[in-house]
Design a protein around this ligand. Sequence first.
Ligand SMILES: *[C@@H]1O[C@H](CO)[C@@H](O)[C@H](O)[C@H]1NC(C)=O
Length: 325
Amino acid sequence: MRFSLALAASLAVSVVQSSPLGKRHVVSTPVVNDGIILNYALTLEYLERKFYMEGLANYTRDDFVKAGFEDPFYDNLKEIYFDEQTHVQFLSDALKAAGITPTNELQYSFGTTNPMQFVTLSSVLEGVGVSAYLGAARDIMNKDYLDAAGAILTVEARHTAYIRASLNESPFPNPFDTPLKYNQVFSLAADFITGGSSPVALPFKEFPELPLQCSQYYYEADRSSVTFSGAFKEAQKNFGIKKDTPIYAVFFSGLKKLPVQVRMTAGNAGDYKIDRIPAGVVGQAYVLLSKSATDFSDENTIAGVSILEVYKKGMAPATPKEKCH
Ligand SMILES: *[C@@H]1O[C@H](CO)[C@@H](O)[C@H](O)[C@H]1NC(C)=O
């Protein structure tokens, strides 16, 4: 499971099926061009569109009000859906205008079954959307596409802020948003893809998953530990990593990439652990395992990315999370 959420501890993302796409091996940095980037964006917009379409179909205005999301929340969700739909249309049209086949919608399973879980996952997905556009921006060659990507990015950022505020999370926990690269985002998106096929082959690959052990407490920077369940065993299996091979958990938060060397836990679970999330990690942060303490390229990534919501030290809610699933 790549998603470990501070909110709605019962979130059933563990039921998300793993993608059919992934054979686990070394992933290399993809070579991209504008067409690939637009199709990458379209892949994410399809996913978001479907997510809101299902949410609006599954849950009524009343359901949201009862779950604590007062009007005009439902109308704003409809507006978000409209935005995602418009992004899908815009990107498809832009690709066609450039003579490139747009990718199509696939099949998805989000695993959410009530309004609170839905809104919690919405917050995560919007955050990933922001990180995806941000990470791709530097590779866009055509300035018109760059304008369009920027114009979409800022709207996704407002969705994130609104949804986070609705969950009583800081709407803007970090002075910088966090850029992510293609395979990192693709690994996250692929967790929701359960089938379907596209005429467009995109050069992206999934990294092996990095399951975070469920914690009863909210994560705080400079205080909380993180256990990566079974991560050593996986690393051994997938990459021949040995017990004494130095491996780093790298936290991506804003423009920071902060490595912490992992250690093995006692016992036979094959877990890796770090004792403190580095100071400076805040908001929706990402973590991966890297073979290098300095070069966090795809080639050195052995698992990830996973998502964690991190509070500043001393700022996490006082009550423990309800339960671990
Ligand atoms: C909509 O409901 C179905 C059936 O309960 C569920 O599987 C799906 O995850 C729900 N979708 C969302 C986005 O909550």
